[in-house]
Design a protein around this ligand. Sequence first.
Ligand code: NAD
Ligand code: DAU
Length: 338
Amino acid sequence: MDKKTILVTGGCGFIGSNFIRYMLKKYPYNIINLDKLTYAGNLENLKDIEKDERYRFIKADIGNKNEIDKVFEENEIYGVINFAAESHVDRSIMDADAFIKTNINGTFNILDIVKRKGIEVFVQISTDEVYGSLGPEGKFKEDTPLSPNSPYSASKASADLLVLAYQHTFGIPAVITRCSNNYGPYQFPEKLIPLMITNALADMELPVYGDGLNIRDWIHVEDHCEAIDLVFHKGKPGNVYNIGGENERTNIEIVRLILDILGKPHSLIKFVKDRPGHDRRYAIDCTKIKKELGFVIKKDFKKGMEDTVKWYIENRTWWERIKSGAYLEYYEKMYKNR
Ligand code: NAD
Ligand code: DAU
């Protein structure tokens, strides 16, 4: 395979950084990582590969058309994978402005340049949240109607519709992935699993929303990266691929598991006021990507969680630096009086 250049947006975040590391290890591609470095973007996530001659970081905002156009003018780009997004539901409930600018306008800017430049592959990293919430039965399939409930998921659904419209009207080679909840190393410690691990390590309360019985379908980030690799290389333009871990768990089950792995008491759990509009259950039917692209879920959940807890124990400096910064302000606003 020749040394083509792939542009990854949002590569300093949780999934993007895991994906860049995975791709550099597996393929000879050059990778440009375009990231705005918001509160969630951390150059330290890729410290181990920053000197790799096939890797380059560019600080830019996908919401800024001029900045994006410049990157495409100055580089010969073969494929684009768009991870860049505001990704936290709770933040979108506090203030949705950045979600509209990045997730909708930013995706539009990328689509437009992909069309103008005749880029050969475009993957939009979307989410299962665009389908809304499930009752006790059934699973999300690719043709489940979109019914997003939060400003975050509505912004992601809007982007999906733009991607599909651009593919349909202009024939751009676009595919969409919709994955369930990821866990693993380098996840920002305001999302459920890293928040609970880091709070438990500090003997702080573990804030569980509502009755703790909301269900998510958890997948290890490495399995998600493998699925994106398959979609990037083998996905059919205009198609949507669901990705999931076939691993439904209630939030309280996850929190108790973390405490058990750490040998900490369940008395650290504190039930707090529910998230407004909180989706009850997500579950992904990923038959399509398994059958058509050969996706296999590899990581065992219990082992994956033990490895993840171990990673946070061994990388205390990484998350302590985050938690001592701007994150503290957010934490105050979010959990005070809750
Ligand atoms: P994250 O919040 O950890 O990282 C997002 C990254 O995007 C950060 O590095 C941030 O600096 C960057 N970014 C934000 N706005 C930008 C902008 N305007 N221009 C350039 N860069 C910008 O998110 P994540 O959890 O890694 O999620 C990555 C993608 O995967 C998102 O599109 C998200 O919707 C999707 N997704 C996430 C999950 C999950 O469980 N985390 C599951 C399914 C899909
Ligand atoms: O399903 C995919 C989505 O998963 C992605 O699109 C999002 O980017 C990602 O953030 C994630 O969204 P969730 O809202 O499901 O993730 P979060 O970690 O915020 O919450 C997981 C569950 O845990 C949810 O039911 C809310 C609950 N929760 C979360 C936090 C932060 C708590 O009970 N307490 C908490 O403090």
